[in-house]
Design a protein around this ligand. Structure first.
Ligand code: TXA
Ligand code: MG
Length: 325
C-alpha cells in the first residue's frame, strides 16, 4: 500500500477534503491540542482495521472516539453524574471518558476492542471539532505514530512515521499540549484514572471533591488501558532516568536551569524547559525524544523531572520509554 500522503491545509477547503476522505473510509491524521490523531471512521470496522495496520499495532487496543460536542458524546455513551461533571469541566479539552456504551452506540466493536464500554473525547482544538462536525459521526484516533514510536506533535512527525500509509494529514501546526489526554473510567463506582495526562489529578480532584482512584485489577483484566503497554513510548536509544551526570557520547535531556556534569562531552543536549515549566516541557517532550534519538546516541540520559502538574504525565511517558524491551 504505497499511497501519496497529502498535506491538507487548515483552511475550509482542507477541512472539507479531510472530512470527505474520512467519510469515504480513508485515513486522515488530524491535529488535536494534545497530539496528532490517526483518524478513521469509528463506525466502520474496515477503516478501524486500516488504522491498526497503518500503526503496525501488536494488538487491537480500544481506541478513542472523537466527537464535536457533549451532545454527540451522550448519544454514544451512558454518562453518570461523575462523567457529566468531568465533561462539563474539561470538554472541549484533553480528557477522555470511558463510559458504558449506549444502546445506540455507533462506535464499532473493533474500535472498542470488544468491550461494552466506549472511550469518548471532545478535543479542545477548534479545527478538530470543525472537522468532526463535518464528518458527522465519531472518528477513531489513536496517536498518529507507528506502534512503539513516540507520539507526534507536528504534521512533520506524522509524515515521518506514516507517509505512504494514510491518505492525508491535516496540518494544524504544532500540538499545544504535547502529551495525550487524561483517560478516566466512569463505569459505576468511583471514577478511576486509567492514564495520567494533560488534565491533572489536582484538576480532577477539584471537580470530584475527592482524590481520583487508581485503575484497579479489574481494569487491567478487562483489558483496560492497553495503551499502557510498557513498550508503548519507545525511542531506539535506551532511556536512562534520573541521571545525575552524563556519560561521554550519551544524549542528554534536561529540565530547568541546571546543566549536568558531563554535558560538555554529550552527543547532544536538549532542555525541555530551561525555565522549569512542566507545561512547556510536555509540549516539547516527544519532539525532544525524537531529535535525541535521531543523533544515534546509544543512551538518552534524562534528569529527574518533578511530578507536579504535567510532570506526572511526562514521568509516566518517560518511564514507558525506559521500560526494558
Ligand atoms: O490525546 C489523546 O488521547 C490522543 C489524541 C489523538 O486524541 N489519542 C490517543 O489515543 O492517545 P490512543 O489510542 O493512543 O490511546 C487511547 C487510550 C488507551 O490507553 C486505551 O487503552 C484507552 O484509551 N481506552 C480506549 N478505550 C477504552 C476502553 N473502552 N476501556 C478502557 N480504556 C480504553
Ligand atoms: Mg499512542
Amino acid at each position: 500500500m504505497a499511497l501519496a500522503t497529502r498535506a491538507l491545509p487548515a483552511s475550509p477547503a482542507g477541512v472539507a477534503e479531510a472530512a470527505r476522505l474520512l467519510r469515504a473510509g480513508g485515513l486522515v491524521a488530524f491535529p488535536t491540542e494534545t497530539v496528532y490523531g490517526l483518524g478513521g471512521d469509528a463506525t466502520d470496522p474496515a477503516a478501524v482495521a486500516r488504522i491498526f495496520a497503518a500503526k503496525g499495532r501488536p494488538r487491537f487496543n480500544p481506541l478513542i472516539a472523537h466527537v464535536p460536542g457533549t451532545v454527540e458524546a451522550e448519544a454514544e455513551g451512558v454518562f453518570n453524574d461523575a462523567a457529566r461533571a468531568l465533561a462539563g469541566a474539561f470538554w472541549p479539552g484533553p480528557l477522555t471518558l470511558v463510559v458504558p456504551a449506549a444502546p445506540g452506540c455507533t462506535v464499532c466493536d473493533l474500535a472498542r476492542a470488544g468491550l461494552d464500554s466506549v472511550a469518548l473525547r471532545v478535543p479542545g482544538s477548534a479545527l478538530a471539532r470543525t472537522l468532526l462536525a463535518a464528518v458527522g459521526w465519531p472518528v477513531a484516533g489513536p496517536s498518529a505514530n507507528r506502534s512503539g514510536h513516540v507520539s507526534p506533535s507536528t504534521a512533520a512527525h506524522v509524515q515521518a512515521d506514516l507517509a505512504g500509509r494514510i491518505e492525508a494529514v491535516l496540518d494544524g501546526g504544532p500540538a499545544a499540549v504535547g502529551v495525550e489526554s487524561t483517560v478516566v473510567a466512569c463505569l459505576g463506582g468511583a471514577p478511576r484514572l486509567l492514564r495520567p495526562g494533560a488534565v491533572t489529578r489536582a484538576m480532577i480532584r477539584e471537580i470530584l471533591g475527592a482524590a481520583i482512584a487508581e485503575a484497579d485489577a479489574g481494569d487491567a483484566a478487562r483489558p483496560v488501558g492497553p495503551g499502557l503497554l510498557a513498550s508503548h513510548y519507545a525511542p531506539r536509544a535506551r532511556v536512562r532516568l534520573d541521571a545525575a551526570a552524563i556519560e561521554p557520547g550519551e544524549a542528554a535531556l534536561l529540565f530547568g536551569p541546571e546543566t549536568l556534569p558531563g554535558s560538555a562531552a554529550a552527543r547532544a543536549v536538549l532542555n525541555l524547559s530551561p525555565a522549569g515549566d512542566p507545561t512547556e516541557a510536555a509540549a516539547n517532550l516527544f519532539a525532544a525524544l525524537r531529535a535525541l534519538d535521531a543523533t544515534g546516541a546509544p543512551v538518552i540520559a534524562v534528569v529527574p523531572i518533578p511530578a507536579d502538574g504535567l510532570g506526572e504525565a511526562i514521568r509516566d511517558r518517560l518511564a514507558r520509554a525506559a521500560a526494558p524491551r
